[in-house]
Ligand binder design. Sequence first.
Ligand SMILES: NC(=O)c1ccc[n+]([C@@H]2O[C@H](COP(=O)([O-])OP(=O)(O)OC[C@H]3O[C@@H](n4cnc5c(N)ncnc54)[C@H](O)[C@@H]3O)[C@@H](O)[C@H]2O)c1
Length: 304
Amino acid sequence: MGMLDGKVAIVTGAGHGIGRGHAMELAKNGASVVVNDVGGSVSGEGVGRDADLTVNIIKDRGGEATANYADVSDPGQSEEMIAQAVEDFGRLDILVNNAGIVRDGSIFNMSVEDFDAVIRVHLRGTWLPCKAAGIHWRAINKESGSKVNGRIINTISGAGLTGNFGQSNYAPAKAAIASLTLTLSLEMYKMGVTVNAVGPAAATRITATMPNAPAVVEADDVGEDEWNRMDPSVSSPLVAWLASDEADHVTGQIIRAVGENIILMKGWEDGPTIDNGEKRWDATRLGQQLATDVFSTKAPGLRY
Ligand SMILES: NC(=O)c1ccc[n+]([C@@H]2O[C@H](COP(=O)([O-])OP(=O)(O)OC[C@H]3O[C@@H](n4cnc5c(N)ncnc54)[C@H](O)[C@@H]3O)[C@@H](O)[C@H]2O)c1
């Protein structure tokens, strides 16, 4: 018995890298998987049939999968992807939004096109499948009167949580996905859908664009009993668990899975606070009080 037997999943951007790892893990645990991938370059140019590669791997290993070539940032194609899960396998239980591209550069050199393209694939390409799946599940929930037990797992990055030099498009896109996750966890919980986000780390096409990057590893290159902390499927067991019935109480969480560590991220929380009674602050005196009561206790400043 697999923990995901009978469930149907979509994994976006699953032709390569981390998405392939997730799709393989979900299938290994019994889910039928729609493997989405537009099949373009790491910077989002072109199209291809890369989804077929992962479908073939899953099928060769005895799992069930079909390919989908949608651009997830296109509204019509996103809706059709959700519909395809129902057409191919009769239902949809799990949506893993993983598709991504990078176009790095400092803000001084980054074009508006490179900003828009990255925001589009990551943020819009997560929001649109969430919307289509949410509408699908809400219709079922209304008709049946029962909770739908759906799962959305989005993909964030450390860059989005702490910032990263040269990624003024990617980092805010990932931060926005964290915020989207929190918001949708509120909007969808009542109908029985949990929404969480996972932050992976792996040696993929995306990391290969950075200086001194390790060689790209694909999930199917790593043997079942082999440990490689840069294996793109290192975060996949967490995704499979979040997708399972066991995780029905976990929602609105941002969790990083880096090598051997699974780290629950803590969001923004109140820091040192100053209170001026029922009086308006005086800007010329504010600095002194902030210096003693706020910034002295927790200097923000530069991290490097
Ligand atoms: N590699 C890391 O260390 C790391 C760290 C944090 C977050 N991430 C995130 O993990 C996710 C997967 O990245 P990866 O590292 O495996 O890179 P990858 O390039 O191997 O995989 C990304 C996949 O998304 C697909 N894709 C791109 N645009 C698409 C679109 N519009 N529609 C459908 N598919 C599309 C690509 O074709 C590609 O196969 C991304 O969201 C990335 O930002 C990666």
